[in-house]
Design a protein around this ligand. Structure first.
Ligand SMILES: NC(=O)c1ccc[n+]([C@@H]2O[C@H](COP(=O)([O-])OP(=O)(O)OC[C@H]3O[C@@H](n4cnc5c(N)ncnc54)[C@H](O)[C@@H]3O)[C@@H](O)[C@H]2O)c1
Length: 415
């Protein structure tokens, strides 16, 4: 088990129990009459605690040995947020394609179960490691970069719920904007000059004209979109003055799961209220929640509900691999990743009913703060420049695959 956490009780993500090193209780010492001995013990323990605390503040935890620094002909990709939904699917694809992958994740939102699946799929591989660390911990991030020789970074790690960002904006600016800066600084210090950045259509806000192109002005209307836009600007400014090659991918709404059923989307139950539509549909179909809440039926759209562009996670991952192969030193590429087709929430729910075979109960509510009426992409730039286009565009089919995973994993990765 990873060391260096002594002197502090903390939540162990690997077992869900509280843990402390060695079970020592520093507050209790045997009664002794010898004052010299007491002073000696007190001083020793103080020094020990100081060393342990200093060490614990920047320790990183790995699930196994470190990877070789260099492997002939193999690119080593750092995947931040790889225990999460999109990052785990990206890692699977990278490993299948023969890349070496290091995942860094603090498991605040992701699933250690996804890491276990990846480990089982690549059991004897010395091409994959998981490091439990927080990207806000600059010393831990520096240590990770020093101990590895990354060729590129795919930066997925983020808190990513629009509604939550309106309730807790500072968390979003820290987690998204500030952590991206920390990551960039570590890249600079360690000569890693290729970055694929996970951005979002939320950076555009509510544009007057559809579809959204990469030149559509970015006027985000919630802290999530603003934090991502700021991170983009930091990255672009740095790329202008350095040899950093970066591709910024602005995803639209990501759905679906691995067509072979190895991975799925399993957000934390406590995030249900902020959650994404497919998760809510499946929860309703499984009877975990009584029905579906559609927030806002008076938008200026064809049926009054919000319109979104739903992109399959496998297609999205494919865009990342293409971006990785096309990112050039000192160049910034910015691409929308969407289907180019909008579907309304009502249409989505109908597709979900078809996919699950359940006549889900639907309740109509007021609008949710921070939501915008209609968002869909113009994906022609990524098609022309990276030869990428979405292949999985049938909503009901996509949801049927995701539903199969969810139905067979009612407790997510806990099963
Ligand atoms: N899901 C979507 O529809 C969507 C749309 C547009 C953009 N994005 C972006 O894609 C990326 C991945 O999203 P996702 O849906 O997979 O989310 P997710 O919550 O499933 O995964 C995010 C991962 O990042 C980790 N993480 C968060 N903060 C961290 C930190 N400080 N240090 C280390 N790890 C941390 C979480 O534990 C989690 O595993 C995010 O950047 C998100 O903004 C997602």
């Amino acid at each position: 088990m990873p060391g260096g956490s002594a002197g502090r009780r903390r939540s162990n993500p690997f077992s869900g129990r509280l843990w402390s090193i060695s079970g020592m209780d520093y507050g209790v010492s045997k009664p002794k009459s010898n004052t010299t001995l007491k002073v000696f013990v007190a001083v020793s323990l103080t020094v020990l605690c100081m060393v342990m605390l200093q060490h614990s503040s920047h320790s990183v935890y790995t699930t196994h040995h470190e990877l070789p620094k260099h492997k002939e002909g193999v690119q080593h990709i750092l995947v931040t947020g790889g225990a999460g939904y999109i990052g785990s699917h990206a890692t699977l694809r990278l490993l299948e394609d023969g890349y070496m992958v290091t995942i860094v994740d603090n498991l605040s939102r992701g699933n250690i179960g996804a890491i276990h699946v990846l480990r089982q799929l690549f059991p004897n591989s010395n091409l994959f490691q998981f490091i439990y660390a927080d990207l806000g911990d600059k010393r831990a991030v520096d240590e990770i970069f020093k101990n590895n020789a990354f060729d590129a970074v795919m930066h997925f790690a983020a808190v990513a719920y629009v509604g939550e960002s309106t309730l807790d904006p500072l968390r979003y600016y820290h987690n998204i904007t500030s952590n991206t800066l920390t990551l960039l600084e570590a890249m600079v210090a360690n000569n890693v000059n290729k970055l694929i950045y996970s951005s979002t259509c939320a950076t555009y806000g509510e544009p007057e004209t559809m579809p959204i192109t990469e030149d559509t002005p970015q006027v985000p209307i919630n802290p999530y979109g603003k934090a991502k836009k700021m991170a983009e600007e930091i990255i672009r400014d740095y790329a202008r003055s350095s040899d950093l090659g970066v591709t910024i991918l602005r995803y639209f709404n990501v759905i679906g799961s691995d067509p072979e059923g190895r991975l799925g989307e399993a957000p934390r139950p406590e995030l249900r209220n902020h959650g994404r539509i497919s998760g809510a549909c499946f929860d309703a179909a499984m009877g975990i929640i009584p029905g579906l809440q559609i927030k806002g039926t008076d938008y200026e759209t064809r049926d009054g509900t919000c319109i979104r562009d739903y992109i399959h996670v496998t297609d999205l991952v494919d865009a990342h691999v293409k971006a990785l192969n096309n990112t050039q030193s000192s160049k910034v590429g910015i691409y929308n990743v969407g289907t180019g087709k909008g579907s309304s929430v009502r249409e989505f729910v109908e597709a979900c009913k078809k996919a699950t075979g359940v006549n889900i109960t639907v309740v109509f509510l007021e609008r949710r703060p921070g939501d915008y009426a209609e968002v869909y992409s113009d994906p022609s730039k990524i098609k022309n420049e990276l030869n990428w286009s979405a292949e999985h565009t049938d909503l009901a089919e996509t949801l049927a695959v995701a539903w199969r995973w969810r139905e067979s994993h009612p407790d997510g990765y806990m099963k």
